[in-house]
Design a protein. Structure first.
Length: 115
């Protein structure tokens, strides 16, 4: 419910050109969510759910990175016909490379920490 109110408030005030109120609502929503999370003591997920979440997150990361890289390569290769999409192709390609680099760095970090 807090996220819905945050999204609605942000949408209304940003379209009217007011950026201060959405920032205040974001801070208040973050404090409320953090406070509610601290009060929650029971465990909501078990190990099986955590494993499923890890697997699905990894698959989404891999598929998104592949799609971005392929789309970037296609847009770069079409630079003669559609030069306006060249920058988008570069952005997609570099973002895919950045995501892979970040994944490798974080994987090594967590592997060394045995987390």
């Amino acid at each position: 419910m807090i996220v819905i109110i945050l999204a609605a408030t942000t949408g209304v005030f940003v379209t009217t050109g007011n950026y201060v109120i959405p920032l205040l609502v974001l801070v208040i929503a973050s404090i409320l969510i953090f406070g509610m999370k601290r009060k929650l003591e029971e465990k909501l997920t078990d190990e099986r759910m955590d494993k499923i979440a890890r697997k699905s997150s990894r698959i989404v990361l891999v598929l998104t990175t592949i799609a971005m890289a392929v789309a970037g390569i296609i847009l770069i290769s079409l630079r003669e016909s559609f030069p306006q999409y060249l920058i988008i192709g570069y952005v997609l390609s570099y973002t895919a490379c950045g995501m892979l680099l970040l994944y490798v760095v974080l994987f090594k970090f967590f592997q060394d920490r045995n987390i």
